[in-house]
Design a protein around this ligand. Structure first.
Ligand code: G3I
Length: 338
């Protein structure tokens, strides 16, 4: 088709990404992917449960094939995810009876996973979500970031410093190998101001202490704002959180963007327009902060394949046709004025 590539419109601003499975790297899906994007994230293939379901048995074949296929097609690759409370096997941080492992055992499991996985992919990836979703939703006392952490099995086995320990392990691998890749903290609902504040406090504390002993170098290079939004999302809140994170001196990426607007796989014309309007408002905000945004990644190519398919959250429909959201992203100002 003769559609303007989204990636070309934003070529001086930030990378445009999408989340993929192996099926997206074939045929018409691959064509659409390559036309509009320059970087991809594995939707599931690089998660702990996919790479080390059994202790010490690393299963890299599928993920390696995905990465090589992406690179062969001129797409960059982003790594997702090293440490998470979901899609991670129990053995990593729980004993057979379901109680948390000792700090020492869990820490070793976490460090081994991080090192082995990072060394496998090397600098074929431009960066990693080192820790994903460590923070509670809407924490009531966000200035106390440790009290705001999700009580995950990583937290229960290792303690509140598991986040810092994960970044220290990842940083060590980067340093040893001399790679130029970015280490990210990634989370959702970052438009919630309490959650954004707790994340800000955590990253500031960890980075300040590391910088003091490492000539100002940062331990956490970037913050990923996932961006699983809906029609009630207030773009002003997205803007405030973005500015808060940028003020830390880290780079920011929008890592998993989609906007729920419909139900049962049905989307009215009004919902399509409202969805486009919010995409336009968001891209206006992203453009304003383009100097500090590395990448904007959509979480899926088209509605039918989305993890929230029933809410038609993406830019392309089930037939891979562009929705109003596409026009909104190509020219936000014009879409808002019309
Ligand atoms: O691969 C199995 C298949 O063998 C099995 O038959 C089938 C039956 O349920 O499940 C398949 O696995 C599913 C997997 O997606 C691959 O399709 C899992 O059940 C399902 O839970 C999994 O969902 C993924 C979800 O993360 C898991 O939490 C979504 O695809 C993926 O989009 C979603 O992505 C997350 C990000 O990683 C982190 N941020 C939030 C985001 C949305 O939840």
């Amino acid at each position: 088709t003769d559609l303007t590539p989204i990636k070309d419109v934003y070529q001086n601003d930030f990378l445009i990404g999408n989340a993929v499975s192996a099926a997206d790297l074939q045929g018409s899906r691959l064509d659409l992917l390559k036309l509009h994007h320059n970087v991809v994230t594995a939707e599931n293939a690089m998660k702990p449960g996919s790479l080390q379901a059994e202790k010490g048995v690393f299963t890299f074949d599928a993920a390696n094939a995905l990465v090589n296929e992406a690179l062969a097609n001129g797409l960059q690759m982003y790594g997702h995810v090293l440490v998470w409370h979901q899609q991670s096997p129990d053995w990593m941080n729980l004993a057979a009876d379901g109680t948390p492992l000792s700090r020492e055992e869990a820490l070793t499991n976490m460090q081994t996973h991080i090192q082995t996985v990072m060394e496998n992919f090397g600098d074929k990836v431009i960066g990693w979500d080192v820790v994903n979703e460590a923070m509670n939703d809407n924490p009531p006392n966000p200035t106390n970031w440790k009290a705001s952490l999700r009580q995950s099995n990583w937290y229960k086995s290792i303690g509140a410093d598991y986040v810092e320990q994960a970044f220290l392990a990842a940083k060590e691998v980067v340093k040893q190998n001399g790679w130029d890749i970015k280490l990210y903290y990634n989370d959702y609902n970052t438009d919630n101001q309490n959650k954004a504040e707790a994340i800000y406090q955590m990253v500031k504390d960890i980075n300040d202490r590391y910088a003091a002993n490492n000539n100002g170098d940062l331990l956490i290079d970037g913050i990923g704002m996932q961006g699983h939004y809906n029609l009630n999302t207030n773009p002003d809140n997205v803007d405030s959180s973005l500015e808060k994170f940028i003020s830390l001196g880290v780079e920011v990426s929008v890592s998993e963007l989609d906007i729920q607007a419909g139900s049962n796989g049905v989307q009215t014309e009004e919902e399509k327009i409202a969805q486009g309007y919010l995409y336009a408002q968001l891209f206006n905000i992203y453009k304003e902060h383009a100097d500090n945004i590395a990448r904007v990644t959509f979480w899926g190519l088209n509605d039918a394949n989305s993890w929230r398919a029933s809410a038609s959250p993406l830019v392309f429909d089930k037939d891979l046709q562009a929705k109003p959201a596409y026009d909104a992203i190509i020219d936000p100002e014009a879409f808002i004025t019309d």
